[in-house]
Design a protein. Structure first.
Length: 131
């Protein structure tokens, strides 16, 4: 329908014609995170809603007596449906999700004519275990 199509992102294909990209569906954006941006006196916290978070659990062995939890999350931020809008993500920021802190290590922006969505990869902070 016309109303749904007007919210799609458009871009030009290699042939020059405009193509439409739909925003990430609301049903897939049920998570929220707290973005922690470093400041001189600590962190500025911003609640980010309507994102998707996929979590990958893993543990790395240093040696026989030390391990590290290297869990990562990938945050999907839709430029139309996630809030607040116009968030400036960068590596080195932190994200809090389900009571755990993660350091943002990679930010990838996907564009059509305008930015469409971001994928933000973050690795768990801490998680050192001695056995």
């Amino acid at each position: 329908d016309k109303a749904a199509q007007s919210s799609w992102m458009s871009f030009r294909s290699s042939g020059g014609e405009r193509m439409k990209i739909m925003p990430i569906p609301d049903e897939l954006l049920g998570d929220s995170i707290t973005l922690l941006e470093p400041t001189i006196s600590g962190y500025r916290e911003t609640e980010i809603v309507n994102v998707r978070v996929d979590r990958t659990n893993s543990v790395t062995d240093y040696n026989s007596s030390h391990t590290r939890d290297t869990t990562e999350i990938i945050i999907y931020y839709d430029c139309e449906n996630s809030r607040p809008s116009l968030v400036d993500f960068s590596a080195g920021m932190q994200a809090e999700y389900c009571g755990e802190r993660f350091e943002i290590i990679k930010v990838k922006r996907y564009c059509a004519v305008d930015p469409h969505h971001y994928t933000i990869t973050a690795r768990k902070i801490g998680g050192h275990f001695m056995g």
